[in-house]
Write a protein that binds this ligand. Structure first.
Ligand SMILES: *[C@@H]1O[C@H](CO)[C@@H](O)[C@H](O)[C@H]1NC(C)=O
Ligand SMILES: *[C@@H]1O[C@H](CO)[C@@H](O)[C@H](O)[C@H]1NC(C)=O
Ligand SMILES: *[C@@H]1O[C@H](CO)[C@@H](O)[C@H](O)[C@H]1NC(C)=O
Ligand SMILES: *[C@@H]1O[C@H](CO)[C@@H](O)[C@H](O)[C@H]1NC(C)=O
Ligand SMILES: *[C@@H]1O[C@H](CO)[C@@H](O)[C@H](O)[C@H]1NC(C)=O
Ligand SMILES: *[C@@H]1O[C@H](CO)[C@@H](O)[C@H](O)[C@H]1NC(C)=O
Ligand SMILES: *[C@@H]1O[C@H](CO)[C@@H](O)[C@H](O)[C@H]1NC(C)=O
Ligand SMILES: *[C@@H]1O[C@H](CO)[C@@H](O)[C@H](O)[C@H]1NC(C)=O
Ligand SMILES: *[C@@H]1O[C@H](CO)[C@@H](O)[C@H](O)[C@H]1NC(C)=O
Ligand SMILES: *[C@@H]1O[C@H](CO)[C@@H](O)[C@H](O)[C@H]1NC(C)=O
Ligand SMILES: *[C@@H]1O[C@H](CO)[C@@H](O)[C@H](O)[C@H]1NC(C)=O
Ligand SMILES: *[C@@H]1O[C@H](CO)[C@@H](O)[C@H](O)[C@H]1NC(C)=O
Length: 379
């Protein structure tokens, strides 16, 4: 009787041991991911940590994605600091089977916590969402990857094979430049706020596009540096955690750096901050998140949108438009732009941007993504 039980227990143990391997073993024995083993070899400590970790999800770039990365960045294995950060960013804290990822965005913390690369408390996040049946992860510069092989179980959790590499989110000014938000970048520079904004932890930036600044050109023309700084600080919220769209619920008020409040209103699924509409939500940055908005917010006039609003309304009464986007003179043309046609399955773009360096692409894509503000810049 005792012997019989023992044999059965041994048998069960043998079977589950055979089915379940540790993380690096599972990666190495899977034909779709085996080439990733080279990278783990560069970071034996990280590999050992991941092999003994519990309750994690590893997003494993496919062999094709790794090949594309090596092709566009032949020297990447020499940049070990950045490559380690990239790998840490591919490890989600928690076991997320593909079925747990729904058509509502979730912002999932990763093991990337090093302050050289992120100032998001609890770890930089990825946005996880199921789009029409495809499990998708958004990373920095709105770069996204799709799951091509889901739910490979290993001893510490689950692995999903993805068709590219995640992009470690860049800082606010680099991201704003890539998004064509040159008025904002120029205004931050003119007020000497670039460093302060880039180094904020757990920050949320409501970032007006260029059209927003241009529309109120007369009002911004004669602002003192102090007045402009106060206006910019009214667009920045630093709290306990970044305000991803999932936390922007109707009626929420949030306190800005300057001490004044902003009010969030939801109308027919659109998100308004005061009277400005969020036109591109959830652009992840090193310190938190940027939401692009279509009007400049005014701490002197905290307007609400009207109940049937389908677009934002200016908060500077009587202001008239300028002939070009303000504050852009001298702002370097972006060396990188966010291009939605490049984002996604295209391994070349997402891999080349894996270190926070996006592909150099035309501004047309960025204009389409970020609205008329970016387009105006090209004329
Ligand atoms: C993980 O599994 C592989 C293959 O079975 C093994 O060589 C390695 O030592 C294991 N790692 C740890 C940390 O146990
Ligand atoms: C993986 O590749 C090996 C060697 O090329 C091959 O023998 C094996 O059948 C492949 N396994 C799968 C599941 O494709
Ligand atoms: C994986 O690595 C092997 C050996 O270096 C190489 O022959 C193969 O082409 C690689 N696979 C892909 C998909 O790049
Ligand atoms: C890669 O490194 C080699 C030697 O370190 C160098 O000669 C080469 O220019 C580098 N290539 C790139 C694309 O950086
Ligand atoms: C953070 O990253 C930097 C650069 O890679 C490295 O020098 C430092 O040791 C890391 N810090 C921790 C706590 O891992
Ligand atoms: C995962 O998150 C939990 C709770 O948020 C935290 O206590 C834990 O330290 C995190 N694990 C890692 C490996 O960062
Ligand atoms: C796994 O991690 C998630 C996210 O940190 C946490 O909510 C959950 O309680 C953890 N589960 C276990 C069994 O530790
Ligand atoms: C995080 O904040 C520290 C201190 O403010 C700063 O030195 C560091 O550059 C920031 N990290 C990033 C990635 O922006
Ligand atoms: C899902 O992914 C497949 C393969 O990349 C693609 O052909 C299809 O269009 C995607 N579907 C949606 C709804 O995005
Ligand atoms: C992994 O485990 C989950 C449940 O824990 C199961 O639904 C899934 O089918 C397993 N995946 C594989 C490939 O066996
Ligand atoms: C801005 O200042 C200039 C020069 O002082 C003046 O001519 C102009 O009317 C002012 N514009 C506004 C909108 O106050
Ligand atoms: C940034 O501001 C400095 C003065 O603080 C100025 O010299 C420089 O031209 C500005 N650069 C841009 C791109 O606006």
């Amino acid at each position: 009787m005792q012997l019989k039980n023992l044999t059965l227990a041994a048998l069960v143990g043998a079977v589950s041991a055979q089915q379940m391997m540790n993380l690096t073993g599972t990666i190495a024995s899977n034909n779709a991911t085996s080439n990733l083993t080279t990278f783990f070899g560069l970071f034996p400590e990280l590999a050992q940590t991941l092999d003994s970790a519990q309750n994690i999800t590893f997003l494993a770039p496919s062999n094709e994605a790794v090949a594309a990365l090596l092709e566009s960045n032949p020297n990447i294995t020499q940049n070990t600091d950045a490559l380690r950060a990239v790998l840490q960013y591919h490890v989600l804290n928690g076991t997320y089977l593909s079925s747990a990822i729904t058509n509502t965005s979730a912002f999932v913390p990763t093991l990337l916590t090093n302050q050289t690369f992120t100032n998001v408390t609890g770890g930089q996040v990825v946005e996880a969402i199921n789009i029409g049946g495809n499990v998708t992860f958004y990373s920095g510069l709105l770069q996204n990857v799709s799951v091509v092989q889901a739910d490979l179980n290993f001893t510490g959790g689950v692995i999903h094979v993805i068709d590219g590499l995640l992009t470690v989110p860049a800082n606010v000014s680099e991201t704003a430049l890539a998004a064509g938000l040159t008025s904002l970048v120029g205004a931050l520079n003119n007020t000497d706020l670039v460093g302060a904004v880039n180094s904020q932890s757990d920050v949320t930036i409501f970032a007006p596009n260029n059209a927003a600044f241009q529309n109120i050109g007369s009002a911004v023309a004669n602002l003192t540096t102090e007045e402009l700084a106060a206006i910019l600080q009214y667009h920045v919220v630093a709290g306990e955690s970044p305000l991803y769209s999932s936390t922007l619920t109707n009626g929420t008020t949030v306190t800005t750096l300057g001490g004044e409040d902003l009010t969030i209103t939801l109308i027919n699924g659109s998100v308004f901050v005061n009277s400005a509409e969020v036109v591109t939500p959830n652009v992840l940055v090193a310190g938190g998140v940027v939401h692009v908005i279509d009007n400049v917010l005014n701490p002197q006039m905290s307007m609400a949108p009207n109940a049937s609003a389908t677009t934002g309304a200016p908060a500077f009464s009587g202001a008239t438009s300028a002939s070009e986007a303000p504050f852009t003179s001298g702002v370097a043309a972006p060396s990188t732009t966010i291009n939605p046609s490049e984002a996604g399955a295209g391994a070349a773009s997402s891999t080349s941007s894996a270190l926070g360096v996006a592909m150099k692409t035309g501004a047309v894509g960025a204009a389409a993504l970020f609205g008329a503000g970016a387009a105006l810049l090209n004329y």
